[in-house]
Design a protein around this ligand. Structure first.
Ligand code: UGA
Length: 430
């Protein structure tokens, strides 16, 4: 099928590349010409394992193309994906400016009937609005289908090919059939519903996962008071199939481009309907508090952090990505600077991205060794494999006694046995 994908951010690029891999002819459009030039050279603007090889292969075999020209993207197109950003506005609602701009450009360039598929996460009812805009602006029939994505950054290609379900929300049966046909080759179970329910499935799923995380984090705090071990508690809970073992890792809270934005947007959608949603409020508040958990612990141990030398390891919101959006490292470094600590930071991949969002008064170090050299306190914020593997030998080699505050429970007590340091983690007996 001839397919166009508008937006080559995370979702758009992974969608376009994956669709080309299963044999479709895909044109990805982005208004950023520099980005398109880079993509045409087979260079991925995002850090995602496996994507560049797949991109290059499909560019070479003619299945994948990139452009900035709407005319080109709309020519001969049978289905068009909208995958532009829906950032959070200051009031917590989703900003639909980019989606509306796409609708306008597509409507003025299409010549034949078209199925439009919304991948962007949009508030319930948005696809109805998109449908109405096309109805007003396009000269040919357009049917809008909601097809939310459930990809995790860092394993997006894997999740596309081995996901649990594909959700197709269509009010027009035939348009839904088109999307089912496009996705057939993935061989993943398809669940079909109406547009509004599909939109809600996306928010409700992300908010549920965020709920699991905030819940286990609250339990971890209680474990600390009661000397229980949250890891065993989570394991024991997770063996109940009704609960499930995933997303029960206690830590310093969730970050990223999805959970914080989607939980706020869901809350605003409820409030806009005049409905209170106290549970969602608590999940968000718990997460904000949890992100500063290591600061609380360090203050409880040292009193003030003023003039303390602190090394912060791991800045991205999770491993295997350079994404700094809503990363716990932002409030943590802000607080450390505010408290007058001397802060060194290190991340294997996200250093450049971090420079745009972290406070100015911190030192970026080139290696983990350099980062911890003079540290009295070390914070682990992201469980990068290399950080976890190399830190204990480095602390030993350095020979300076430190207090390690581990925000991701990276070590078992056995591994810590012969390292001379203080160790604090999340929800485990000291
Ligand atoms: C999340 C969802 O998992 C995807 O299904 C969804 O498609 C995506 O949002 C989206 O809406 O685009 P992602 O944000 O990439 O994916 O990251 P996750 O791997 O889900 O992790 C999110 C955050 O939760 C991270 O900060 C992670 O450290 C934290 N987390 C995760 C925990 O603190 N504990 C856990 O047990 C699991």
């Amino acid at each position: 099928m001839n397919i166009s994908v508008v937006g080559t951010g995370y979702v758009g690029l992974v969608t376009g590349v994956s669709l080309s891999e299963i044999g479709h002819h895909v044109t990805c459009l982005d208004i950023d010409k520099e980005k398109v030039a880079k993509l045409l050279r087979g260079e991925s603007p995002i850090y995602e394992p496996g994507i560049e090889e797949m991109m290059r292969q499909n560019i070479e075999n003619g299945h994948l193309h990139f452009t900035s020209d709407y005319k080109e993207a709309c020519e001969k197109v049978e289905a068009l994906y909208i995958a532009v950003g829906t950032p959070e506005k200051e009031d917590g609602t989703a900003d639909l400016r980019f989606v509306e701009a796409v609708v306008q450009s597509v409507a003025s360039n299409i010549k034949a009937p078209l199925t439009v598929i919304t991948k962007s996460t949009v508030p319930v009812g948005t696809n109805d609005k998109i449908q109405a805009l096309f109805y007003e602006q396009a000269e040919v029939p357009v049917h809008v289908v909601s097809n939310p994505e459930f990809l995790r950054e860092g394993s997006a290609i894997h999740d596309t090919f081995y996901g649990d379900r594909i959700i197709i929300g269509a009010d027009n049966e035939e348009a839904g059939d088109v999307v089912a046909l496009i996705n057939k080759a993935f061989g993943i179970p398809i669940f079909r519903t109406d547009c509004r329910s599909a939109e809600m499935i996306k928010y409700a799923s992300n908010a549920f996962l965020a709920t699991k995380i905030s819940y286990i984090n609250e339990i971890s705090n209680l474990c600390e008071f009661t000397n229980a071990n949250v890891e065993d508690v989570a394991k024991g809970m997770g063996m109940d199939k009704r609960i499930g073992a995933n997303f029960l890792n206690a830590g310093i809270g969730y970050g990223g481009s999805c959970f914080p934005k989607d939980t706020s947007a869901l809350l605003r959608q409820a409030e806009n309907q005049g409905m209170a949603f106290p549970l969602m409020n608590s999940i968000i508040t718990t997460n904000a508090m949890q992100q500063l958990k290591l600061i609380d612990k360090a203050e409880a141990r040292f009193g003030s952090l003023k003039d303390k030398k602190v090394a912060v390891l791991g800045l991205a919101f999770k491993p295997n990505t350079d994404d700094m959006r809503a990363a716990p490292s932002i409030p943590v470094t802000e607080r450390l600077v505010l408290d007058g600590a001397t802060v060194n930071v290190y991340d294997p991949i996200a250093m450049d991205a971090a420079k745009n969002v972290l406070p100015k008064a911190i030192t970026y170090t080139n290696t983990m060794k350099e980062c911890i050299e003079n540290a009295e306190i070390i914070f682990i914020l992201t469980e990068w494999k290399d950080i976890v593997a190399d830190l204990l030998p480095l602390i030993k080699e350095n020979g300076k006694r430190v207090a390690l505050f581990d925000g991701r429970n990276c070590y078992g007590y056995q591994e810590l046995k012969d390292v001379d340091m203080e160790y604090y983690s999340i929800g485990r007996p000291g």
